[in-house]
Design a protein around this ligand. Sequence first.
Ligand code: UDP
Ligand code: MG
Length: 312
Amino acid sequence: MPILYLVIPCYNEEEVLPETSRELKEKLTQLIKTNKISKNSKIMFVNDGSKDKTWDIIKDLTEKDKIFRGVKLSRNKGHQNALLAGLMTSIEYADITISMDADLQDDINVIDEMLEKYEEGYEVVYGVRSSRKKDTFFKRFTAESFYKLMKFLGVDIVYNHADCRLMSKKALAGLKEYQEVNLFLRGIVPQIGFKNTVVYYERQARFAGESKYPLKKMLSFAFDGITSFSIKPLRMILGLGFLILFVSIIIMIYSLVVKILGNTVPGWTFIVISIWFIGGLQMISIGVIGEYIGKVYYETKARPRYIIEEII
Ligand code: UDP
Ligand code: MG
């Protein structure tokens, strides 16, 4: 039976932790009893530099019950880093990890389904929100636009999948190869590969506390996601440069015609042609530099060039 670690990042979650720990413990105990997972399975809370009693609660839980474990980060490092810390700590003990938010907005019953998929041989199982009825219109709209924008920019992410996912030890070992500082797990995990699938669940409303992702953090998260995975914006500059150069040719013809017809003040033709032509050239030059910066960007990330699944 596989050892399962549930990895739960927590930032100022004192209001939800007592209930969350109770529900998760119930779930895990039941899975252990029905022999689906090993009795060494744990619930691992990662305290991401909380300013409230979160760590005290986690400490208390671990003292009372061996099923709980805790990891404390030295300060607030953000959801993605907290999650990575939890996953990388679990890799030593666990055969599989399932990550989830502390507010249980992800239905914990997907755990059973995810485990079934693992038994069928899937190394990564993405939890996907089948609907977001409980989200506000604003949250739903911004989140879904974000997934669409990422697709448009050529980033391979799973639509409406947040960080609720099962990863096997193999997949985690793959994740470990990614050393990048600007961490956007939703983009990295599909890069790792391996046999993967999705399971669907209804996203619930937060039962207590408030979202730790206010608009400002959400925007910076989205911006980080895009700039950590796509060099398309740089390519767009080059495209724009060629477009302007093309326009400059049209303007050239137009202003020469106007000049020949004699409707201009002296110097006008020269200035208009220069502005457009030089503008186009500059834009193309920036685009060319962008291409090289794009290369530097990929080199500095030092992503693994391949991950071997098996050798026979
Ligand atoms: N979180 C974290 N560090 C942060 C912000 C959030 O570990 O700096 C955790 C938080 O405790 C929760 C998860 O990330 O478990 C998702 O946050 P939240 O539920 O507030 O986001 P939302 O569901 O509103 O997008
Ligand atoms: Mg939430």
